[in-house]
Write a protein that binds this ligand. Structure first.
Ligand code: PYC
Length: 309
């Protein structure tokens, strides 16, 4: 029987399962190479950790590893019910809250290595966590013809993962409509992929905020058809890049992004390269530890390696 030491948290309702010990040994080297090794040689571990019956479609796994980039204090590889993520904002906030809970981290700064770059994180005295995330930019503004829906205008943007962001969609963004929103976004994603953007694996819809103090409410469909319960850190970074490109939000100003279930992140940016539309986003939020323990991998369990999708 193998044991995997884990700690579970949620960030604005979105779960993160941090693997502390007992996960696959991916060796040394850059995290993008280790991610590839995870994908090609150890993918059953991903499924065992986050898929049912131990996990759920919404759960994001975070494998804590040794960093490779100079100056980083820790490394992490994120994964979900169907594959791997370049970066994960809510997951990074969950990672920091979990390390703080374990007493491995005091308020202050930390540099985290990810497969798509280094992320500076700050744990504030009151428990809030700020991540200075991956440089973000808008790649294209396009209109896609979605079968059964019609033309949908949106923006392809990078925020550590690839997003298609849509403002004009005619959808009511309420939690009771999660299934209908999932269906809508899934069709949009397929049309975007077919129209020359195969890299886009998240679709993000926006409406005006439901709560005072927030600027916008979103619905984010993740690659494995689960919606993000949090406002999505990388999705908010992509949104900030689009707002910056359109001159709708000045550098240094707060953007409070609300999720489908009403949880909030505060985003802000500074310009990295205005001519290329490249920004450095920061995202602030909170996470709460929910459970700590060990997953047991029983070789006699027919679903030991999870229910794969
Ligand atoms: O917070 O960046 C994020 C994220 C990506 C997928 C789920 N959450």
């Amino acid at each position: 029987m193998q044991s995997i030491q884990i700690i579970d948290s949620h960030t604005g309702g979105e779960p993160t399962r941090l693997v502390l010990e007992g996960g696959p040994d991916l060796g040394e080297g850059p995290l993008e190479e280790r991610l590839e090794r995870f994908r090609t040689q150890y993918d059953q571990w991903r499924s065992a950790i986050v898929n049912e019956p131990r996990g759920s479609d919404a759960m994001v796994g975070a494998l804590l590893c040794k960093p490779h980039r100079p100056g980083c204090d820790a490394g992490v590889i994120f994964f979900n019910n169907v594959g791997y993520l370049g970066m994960c904002g809510h997951g990074t906030i969950g990672l920091v809250a979990s390390l703080a809970h374990l007493g491995r981290l005091q308020p202050g700064g930390l540099q985290i290595d990810t497969p798509v770059g280094a992320v500076q994180v700050d744990l504030h005295d009151g428990g809030e966590i700020t991540i200075a995330s991956i440089p973000s930019y808008r790649k294209a503004s396009i209109v896609v013809d979605v079968p059964g829906i019609g033309p949908v205008a949106g923006e392809v943007a990078w925020g550590g993962n690839w997003f298609f962001l849509v403002e004009q969609h005619g959808q009511v963004i309420e939690v009771s409509r999660a299934e209908a929103l999932t269906d809508f976004c899934w069709r949009v994603r397929q049309a975007v992929n077919a129209q020359g953007f195969p890299e886009v694996d998240h679709v993000e819809l926006f409406v005006s905020a439901g709560s005072a103090g927030a600027h916008s409410r979103n619905f984010v469909l993740c690659p494995g058809k689960a919606y993000d319960r949090s406002p999505c850190g990388t999705g908010t970074s992509a949104k900030l890049a689009c707002l910056a490109a359109d001159g709708k939000l000045a550098a240094g100003q707060d953007w409070v992004q609300e999720s489908l279930i009403g949880s909030q992140f505060t985003g802000r940016y500074r310009w990295l390269d205005r001519s290329k539309g490249e920004i450095a986003p920061t995202i602030t939020g909170r996470a709460h530890v929910m459970a700590q323990g060990a997953l047991q991998l029983d070789p006699h369990d027919p679903f030991c390696w999870g229910i794969r999708q």
